[in-house]
Design a protein around this ligand. Structure first.
Ligand SMILES: CCCCC/C=C\CCCC/C=C/C(=O)SCCNC(=O)CCNC(=O)[C@H](O)C(C)(C)COP(=O)(O)OP(=O)(O)OC[C@H]1O[C@@H](n2cnc3c(N)ncnc32)[C@H](O)[C@@H]1OP(=O)(O)O
Length: 333
């Protein structure tokens, strides 16, 4: 299904570039997540924040209908909300979930990735990387309450979290399905998966673009817990309490080096520009070995990406499969 929808979105975006999504959801106020009086929700059109100051926790709800895809606007708002919470010493943890049960996130917004100017791709890609880095390196404990389907970038976002609770609904699949769209998951997507489920499982999952239903997701370890749908939020809160009982939980883990498994200290400094820099150097030597070259373009490569061939080629030079990319050493060694 993801493949069909992906192709449909891409084709449509090519023909209707003006129709891309500034879908503004209405603002909303309500009681705090913890039910306390006088504490109001805040956020932005696409991101709702329900604070529970007494617990030191905020529930961050993605609400970018219809599928919480990562449009540039949505990424920007999500990052602003995260930054606000990080700068507010009231909060030590966030629960990341969807305001639209059934869909956690459809991942990157496919309409952002074709039919645009090169500068737009740079800006968009930088925002995607920043989202990943900011969540991955956040000093807040982040628990994902996954209450819907979570392919590709949606899965990546959950992988940045400290713990993943998935609702037990067979429709709520999760995984990195990029190859099914004819695109290669960037090495940092791959590395996150390897760190979570181990090399062999990640290798197979990425090559086949597997989307795991809950039982399977739990078995391979892509999520930490599967619970009945109506218990996802309460379980996330219990897990959060467990984490927050530890005085130095997230910064402590990073001090032990675990939180930086994908990043070198060099990359941590100026990570977004460092990661995006290869895009600005399209004359880099072709990084793929001969067998990979002959496999390019991958079968099923969306037509619009073929039309973007020069950009796509330089991106493919940057984004990698398993273990063949010199730049992956630069970042991950
Ligand atoms: C800047 C660089 C350029 C080149 C980059 C090259 C390579 C980089 C690779 C990076 C790695 C990629 C990561 C990704 O995240 S790619 C996105 C992968 N996502 C998917 O495969 C999900 C596709 N969607 C679905 O499977 C389903 O929509 C669903 C999430 C299961 C929900 O199903 P359902 O409730 O039945 O809803 P619909 O299918 O009817 O969809 C509703 C509307 O939403 C539109 N849609 C769906 N997904 C996306 C998306 N990812 N981006 C944008 N729009 C999306 C869909 O077309 C429908 O629109 P409509 O209402 O106008 O018809």
């Amino acid at each position: 299904m993801a493949l069909a929808v992906g192709m449909r979105v891409l084709t449509r975006a090519l023909h209707r570039p003006w129709a891309r999504g500034l879908r503004v959801a209405p603002g909303r106020t309500g009681p705090a997540a913890g039910g306390g009086d006088g504490v109001r929700c805040f956020g932005s059109p696409r991101v709702l924040v329900e604070p529970d100051p007494a617990a030191g926790v905020a529930v961050v709800k993605m609400r970018n209908p219809p599928v919480n895809s990562f449009s540039l606007e949505f990424l920007t708002e999500l990052l602003i909300s995260l930054e606000k919470l990080e700068n507010d010493k009231t909060f030590r943890g966030i629960i990341l979930t969807s305001d639209h049960p059934g869909i956690f996130s459809a991942g990157l917004d496919l309409t952002e990735m074709c039919g645009r100017k090169p500068e737009h791709y740079m800006e968009y890609w930088k925002a995607v990387q920043e989202m990943w880095l900011r969540f991955y390196l956040s000093n807040l404990v982040v628990i994902a309450a996954i209450n819907g389907v979570s392919p590709a970038g949606g899965c990546l976002l959950s992988l940045t979290c400290d713990y993943r609770v998935l609702a037990n609904n067979p429709k709520y699949t999760i995984g990195l399905n990029e190859t099914r769209l004819g695109i290669v998951a960037p090495f940092w997507f791959k590395d996150m998966m390897v760190n979570t489920v181990g090399y062999r499982t990640a290798e197979r999952a990425l090559q086949l673009g597997l989307l795991f239903p809950p039982a399977e997701a739990l078995r391979v370890g892509v999520v930490d817990q599967v619970v009945p749908e109506d218990q996802v939020q309460s379980t996330a809160r219990s897990v959060m309490a467990q984490w927050l009982a530890i005085p130095v939980c997230r910064p402590g883990v990073q001090n032990q080096g675990l939180g930086r498994a994908v990043l070198s200290p060099e990359a941590l400094g100026e990570a977004p520009s460092c990661l995006i820099q290869p895009l600005a150097a399209p004359d880099d030597p072709w990084p793929l070995d001969a067998s990979r070259q002959s496999a390019f373009p991958p079968r099923g490569l969306p037509a619009c990406l073929c039309l973007q061939a020069p950009l796509f080629l330089s991106l493919v030079r940057t984004l990698v499969g398993f273990g063949v990319h010199p730049k992956s050493k630069r970042i991950s060694s």
